[in-house]
Design a binder for this molecule. Sequence first.
Ligand code: ZN
Length: 776
Amino acid sequence: MSLSGAAAVGSSRNLRRAVEFGKTHVVRPKGKHQATIVWLHGLGDNGSSWSQILETLPLPNIKWICPTAPSQPISLFGGFPSTAWFDVVDLTENGPDDVEGLDVAAAHVANLLANEPADIKLGVGGFSMGAGTSLYSATCFALGKYGNGNPYPINLSAVIGLSGWLPCAKTLTGKLEEEQIKNRAASLPILVCHGKGDDVVPFKFGEKSSQALLSHGFKKTTFKAYGALGHYTIPQETEDVCAWLTSTLGLEEMLALFLSSSSSYLTLSRSVTLHLSRRTTLSSLTMSTNLSTHAYAGNPLKSKTPKSTDTFSPSSAFESLKALIPQIPNHPTPSPDFKVLPFSKGRPLVFSSGGGDASTTSPIWHLGWISLADCKGMLASRGVDLDENSLVYLGPKVEEDLVCWAVDVSEEEEDGVVSGLESRKLCFVELRTLMVAADWVDQRAMDELAIAGHARALLEWHNVSRFCGSCGGTNVAKEAGRRKQCSNTACGKRVYPRVDPVVIMLVIDRENDRALLSRQSRYVPRMWSCLAGFIEPGESLEEAVRRETWEETGIEVEDVVYHSSQPWPVGPSSTPCQLMLGFFAFAKTLDINVDKEELEDAQWHSREDVKKALAFAEYRKAQRTAASKIEQICKGVEKSKSLTTDFNVESGELAPMFIPGPFAIAHHLISTWVSHSQGSKTLPLRNLCYSPRSEPLWRPPSSDDSLGQLRSHSPPHSDRKSNLVMVLSDSLPARSRPFPVDSPVTTSPPATIWLIWIKLRKRLDPKQVLSFLLSS
Ligand SMILES: [Zn+2]
């Protein structure tokens, strides 16, 4: 590493550069895709750890690609292998540069960016030696070629280097004179950040690097110094990076998202939490009223109900549909156009995309919409005529000039009608599996889930309301399937889609700071949840909460406070759509007397225990497992009709209990209570934001923690990095061991370990430290 430049290294390894890069993690944009940035980790780290940090940034328009460096022998480590973008010989100003390694790394970055759409702005950034690679890429971009002379193919719009340095700085002298090169250098925005407390890559390296960039004509270089920052990142720095990227790349501001009522509050709150956590508290966030959308709520097709005279209205669309069907397939394209979502036995048709190759995150499912012509053709192949009355109106997508319908093909599926669909990689999947597989911070996924839930509820209701409850006559669909009517003219009774209200309540023991959780025998092992029950005729919601709690647990409840509600279209077909009404209920008596016919068990749980039960990592894992299963089913690998193993996923350390995932209202009732500050007698009652990565999972590390304990936490990223480093560093002098280790350290020590090792280098033999690390 040199600012002054020196001979290239590599002579000691003639067989080098059979490089194999590690796993690449992709963070998809939560909003409109405007820019793609490759982010490079530091020495010994990996792409995964940074992807988790980048995912939490309030930059919904950026796609992040986080590759993992190849594992290679590091001269600095006496030849011990570590994940690294290039070789490092010494951490001095006159150390040699590994130009060959830098070229390989820069070319890998360029390859990752090469396939992005033409209108997407491209950038590269990184931490420590990742920053070195980024800044080196900036010079390649300006020069139009790599160090080895090959042309550099990417048009960069932003470069970021945190806690790093500019390799090969001195060799730039005289190379940037040509007009074209000068212009490219002058136009490239570069952000260099460095902490004055950095004892791994000294502050002066960052400072000199930015000066070198400016003196070589990179006029848009910005340098930011941070007082007490060491070799890690802090919220102030990430906020500066976010602000710089937003203005440099002309990204849509978060405010625009704020004002969009259709945005998922989960997505928002996560970003908001990050921004507000250090300045103010969540409870002061008053804008959340419109943002609290549970899974299955916020159906985009139902957001605007057209008037009956509108061409998108149920009656108008039905008339167009009726006229169109006989003309298929020899018909002109109608306006609005129609598409159909088939269901079989309550399962929507879906297909899976993404995943598969090792370079992306978990696959994504999409609803399997088919055209009206395909729908008619599919049924005709089984001798069935498409009847407009068998289609159920779901709603319009006005901006796409489209009206959406659902159709139940359960009977046809038994006749094998789906064989044609399977060849197109379409398959029917249980809605619950789709729910678990949906990324709850992905607005598109939650929109599709809501559409599927609404459609399933309507079709299930059609199934269970075939006959008139008054006279036994046949019910026929009316208003494009939005209601039914008895065909017996003497009766003519009208029936409407059924919704079953259910109260769900978290019972709280205020005095002892505990919550009442229960288990039903049908739950998967280890799962505990809130009490719940159907409302009886002639009963208020508050009465239902008190009665159910008393019946099931013998506990008497005083105050009952409403929280929020959630449509639940994944219950049994006899209740096609439950409406879950969520409450906090404050206990008056504490003795539990479980009704064993209703519940398997009910217990008071301390706040600490419930915190641990918010097994965020398990939700993510279950999400990925379910997403992969859907992909397998769609590929025809697995024909299983139900997937019950959503939570029986492999995990190194299973929590003793967990609560339902973020797709269920129970999760939000419980996490709201858990995240509210202890000792306060009142709960923030309305529309609370929930952040999947927020405080409930985290406590500040202490110097008594082992490394394994520290790692098992999932704290807000910046705190984790700084505290981990702080705690370990502080604990060093007092301990006889180099640092506390109680779990195997991976063969690639993370950056933190590397930092510790650097600190210890003066006192211990490096090989001794590393062999200790690897053997522990
Ligand atoms: Zn009737």
